[in-house]
Ligand binder design. Structure first.
Ligand code: UD1
Length: 408
C-alpha cells in the first residue's frame, strides 16, 4: 500500500490555518516532516492529534500567532506554505527564511512577487521575512516557471482576497490538485484545477469551514519501489499507486525494460511491477509536471548505473542536484556530471560500500543502489530518509529485500 504524499500532506496541514474548527486528514504518512510541520502549526496556535494511525485531526481555534520561528522553519522547506494562509487570514506574518534539502539555493522570489501583486508589503529584518496586507486583492499572477510552492502560496492567499486572482503557468502536480480539492471542500471557489490556469474568486474571511480529506498517494514513494524491483528483479503489486500521476516516468521505465501494469481492485488503483532482465539505458530529463519529476532523478540514475548502455540525464529544475552521484561512484557506478547533465555508463553490478544519504530522495536512491550491489552497503544519514519515507526498511524487507536498520 503506497502511503500518502509528503508533498501534499504538509500543504493540507498548512491549509487548516484558513478555517476555524476541526479538519480531518487521512492517509497521513508516518514521516518526520509531518511531526515537524505539526510542531510549527502548534507554535502558531493549531491543535493536532492523531486519533488513529494515518489520521490527523487538526483544530484551528481561530486565535493564531502568525509567527513561524527559525528553529522549525529551517528544518523543512514546506514551512513556507504557512505564508499564504497566515497573510490572508491574519493580515500579517513573520516567517524565518526557509530551509529544506541540501541541493542548492531555493529562492522564494516568485512567492513574494505574486503576493506583492496582490497588495502585500514585505521586508526582511533579523533573518525574518515580514509580510503585511490588511486585505489582499485579486491579481493576475504570471509565473516565469510553474513553481509548486509559489502556486500553493498564491492559491491559499487568494482564497480570502477581494475579487478574482488568476494564476497563469501554475504548477499542475497531483499534490497541487490535492490542495485545490481540499480548499474547495472547505468552501473556496477555484476553477481550472489540474490546469496551468487557476482562477480563484475570493470569499469572505471566516467563511471557510473545516473539511475531511484523504491525502493523495505518494508518487515518489511508488517510484522508489518501482526502482527497487527494476534493479533487484522480481515482481511487486502496489495498492494505491496511481499510474496516471506517473505517466512519463512509467514510459521511461518501460523503455528500460520494466513491466508495469495498472489495475483496479474494489475501486482502488494499483500497479503491478516486474522486471526479469537487465535494464536498458535510456536518456531522461526532468521537467515540471507532467514531465519527469526531479524527485525521481536519483532513483533513475541509480537504475541507469546498472543498465546496459550509456544514458544522458538532464536536470532542468535544480542544477546542483547531483551530490549523491559521488556516493554512487563509491559503489562502482560510472557517472560523469557536467552542469545540468550526467552521463551514466551502466555497469553489470555495483559493489557494496559505506555511503551517505544527503537528502530524502538521494537517501532512498542509496537504498535502491544497495539492492543492486554485491555485498553489504551501509547507509548513514538515514534521518534524511525518515523525513519522507514511511517505513522504507520494513516495506522492502516485507517483500524480500535483505535490509535492516541498525543504530549508529
Ligand atoms: C517542491 C517539492 C520538491 C520538488 C519540487 C519540484 C515540496 C515540499 N517540495 O518544492 O520535493 O523537488 O517541488 O517539483 O513540495 N524557484 C524560484 N523562485 C521561487 C520558487 C522556485 O526560482 O520563488 C525555482 C527553484 O529554485 C527551482 C524551481 O523553481 O529551481 C522549482 O521550485 P518549486 O517548484 O517551487 O519547488 P518547491 O515548491 O520548493
Amino acid at each position: 500500500m503506497v502511503p500518502g504524499a509528503k508533498n501534499s500532506v504538509l500543504k493540507l496541514m498548512a491549509a487548516c490555518l484558513l478555517a476555524d474548527g476541526t479538519s480531518e486528514i487521512s492517509n497521513v504518512p508516518r514521516i518526520a516532516d509531518v511531526s515537524i510541520m505539526s510542531e510549527l502549526l502548534e507554535a502558531i496556535g493549531l491543535r493536532l492529534e492523531s486519533p488513529e494511525t494515518g489520521v490527523l485531526r487538526v483544530t484551528n481555534p481561530g486565535d493564531l500567532t502568525p509567527v513561524a520561528p527559525y528553529e522549525l522553519v529551517e528544518r523543512i522547506r514546506a514551512s513556507i506554505n504557512v505564508l499564504g494562509p497566515l497573510l490572508t487570514r491574519c493580515g500579517h506574518v513573520r516567517l524565518s527564511l526557509p530551509g529544506g534539502d541540501d541541493f542548492g539555493a531555493r529562492p522564494i522570489d516568485m512567492h513574494i512577487a505574486g503576493l506583492e501583486a496582490m497588495g502585500a508589503e514585505f521586508k526582511v529584518s533579523h533573518g525574518y521575512l515580514e509580510a503585511r496586507a490588511d486585505r489582499l486583492h485579486g491579481a493576475e499572477v504570471v509565473f516565469d516557471f510553474p513553481s509548486v510552492g509559489a502556486t500553493e502560496n498564491i492559491l491559499t492567499a487568494a482564497v480570502f482576497a477581494d475579487g478574482v486572482t488568476r494564476i497563469d503557468n501554475a504548477a499542475r502536480e497531483p499534490e497541487v490538485v490535492d490542495l485545490c480539492r481540499f480548499l474547495v471542500a472547505m468552501g473556496a471557489d477555484i476553477e481550472g484545477v489540474g490546469t496551468a490556469t487557476l482562477t480563484v474568486r475570493g470569499v469572505e474571511r471566516g467563511s471557510l469551514r473545516p473539511a475531511t480529506h484523504r491525502t493523495v498517494p505518494d508518487r515518489v514513494q511508488a517510484a522508489t519501489y518501482i526502482a527497487a524491483v527494476a534493479v533487484a528483479g522480481g515482481e511487486l503489486e502496489m495498492v494505491d499507486a496511481h499510474a496516471n500521476h506517473m505517466d512519463m516516468l512509467l514510459a521511461r521505465c518501460r523503455d528500460m525494460g520494466v513491466d508495469l501494469e495498472p489495475f483496479t481492485t474494489d475501486g482502488v488503483e494499483g500497479l503491478r511491477v516486474s522486471c526479469s532482465q537487465r535494464l536498458r539505458a535510456t536518456d531522461v530529463q526532468t521537467l515540471p509536471y507532467p514531465g519527469i519529476a526531479t524527485d525521481y532523478k536519483p532513483l533513475i540514475i541509480t537504475m541507469l548505473s546498472v543498465a546496459d548502455g550509456v544514458a544522458i540525464v538532464t536536470e532542468n529544475l535544480y542544477p546542483g542536484r547531483f551530490r549523491y552521484v559521488e556516493e554512487l561512484i563509491r559503489l562502482g557506478a560510472d557517472i560523469r556530471t557536467d552542469g545540468h547533465h550526467a552521463v551514466v555508463r551502466g555497469q553489470p553490478r555495483l559493489s557494496g560500500a559505506p555511503v551517505r544519504a544527503h537528502d530524502i530522495r538521494a537517501g532512498a536512491a542509496m537504498v535502491v543502489a544497495g539492492l543492486a550491489a554485491e555485498g553489504t552497503t551501509t547507509i548513514s544519514g538515514v534521518r534524511h530518509i525518515d523525513r519522507g519515507y514511511d517505513d522504507l526498511v520494513g516495506r522492502l524487507a516485507a517483500v524480500g529485500a535483505d535490509i535492516t536498520r541498525v543504530e549508529d
